[in-house]
Write a protein that binds this ligand. Structure first.
Ligand code: SF4
Length: 115
């Protein structure tokens, strides 16, 4: 019974690595070290731009997801932006930097949500 459980766990782990390799289009095992686990997740970043004081904390903290407009107010890189809001959905392993930027905002107008 113990051997069967170990076999099942080992197969599940191999499958997890396989799926993650497929998700980032790896064609060679050399691109992803053996036994590595990469945390990809889908998440949404929203900025309530009407409250932005253009302090720059978010895009200084995380220039991957945030950038200033011509007035210094923050926008989501590659997202949909208008005068009131900016938002974008991402599917990568960089949610932590987005959350750091969220925490850095002095007026708490950034929302990062896991989808
Ligand atoms: S940290 Fe907040 S207030 Fe400062 S630029 Fe970014 S969104 Fe605007």
């Amino acid at each position: 019974m113990v051997c069967l459980n170990m076999f099942i766990i080992s197969r599940l782990f191999e499958y997890t690595v396989f799926v993650k390799q497929k998700k980032i289009n790896c064609t060679s095992s050399e691109q992803l070290p053996e036994n590595s686990v990469v945390n990809f997740m889908k998440y949404k970043i929203e900025i309530e731009r009407t409250g932005c004081i253009a302090c720059g904390a978010c895009y200084t903290t995380d220039s991957t997801h945030f950038e200033p407009d011509d007035q210094g107010k923050s926008t989501v890189v590659g997202g949909e932006t208008d005068e009131k809001t900016s938002s974008g959905v991402f599917d990568d392993d960089n949610i932590e930097s987005a959350q750091e930027a969220e925490d850095s905002c002095p007026v708490s107008i950034i929302l990062v949500t896991e989808l």
